[in-house]
Design a protein around this ligand. Structure first.
Ligand SMILES: O=C(O)CCC(=O)C(=O)O
Ligand SMILES: [Fe+2]
Length: 119
């Protein structure tokens, strides 16, 4: 399911969320199947209201309803991928074995502020 991860959408009005200027996902891939499990990324920011309206009660949007992704990355075991989690992204279904990743988010709040992370 295509989705975005936006702290402000998950914690509306929270000071810790409002001060976020950029949010990244940082994922380390522990197990990746031979087939499937790619990370699909769109160079697209969708307004939270539009996303919520389109997804209805679902977690995200069906990939088929979006244009072709701009980047498809097949992670290797042990890789670290850092990407803009506010942009639309999805994980292709793994085929012959499950896919395991350790993930957290990183927030940038300005040059004079420390990066923060959470999961
Ligand atoms: O595991 C990945 O490659 C991305 C997962 C993801 O988008 C998420 O957990 O929100
Ligand atoms: Fe995500």
């Amino acid at each position: 399911m295509a989705h975005h991860d936006i702290f402000e959408q998950d914690a509306p009005g929270a000071p810790e969320a409002i001060s976020v200027q950029a949010q990244f996902a940082a994922n380390v891939y522990v197990q990746i199947p031979e087939n499937g499990g790619e990370l699909l990324m769109w160079n697209m920011n969708m307004a939270p209201q539009v996303f919520d309206q389109l997804r209805g009660n679902d977690y995200g949007l069906r990939v088929e309803t979006l244009p072709e992704p701009d980047i498809v990355v097949k992670p290797g075991t042990g890789d670290l991928l850092i990407f803009d989690s506010r942009k639309m992204h999805a994980v292709a279904p793994p085929v012959e074995k499950s896919r395991l990743a350790l993930s957290c988010f990183v927030a940038y709040r300005g040059d004079d502020k420390p990066l923060t992370f959470w999961s």
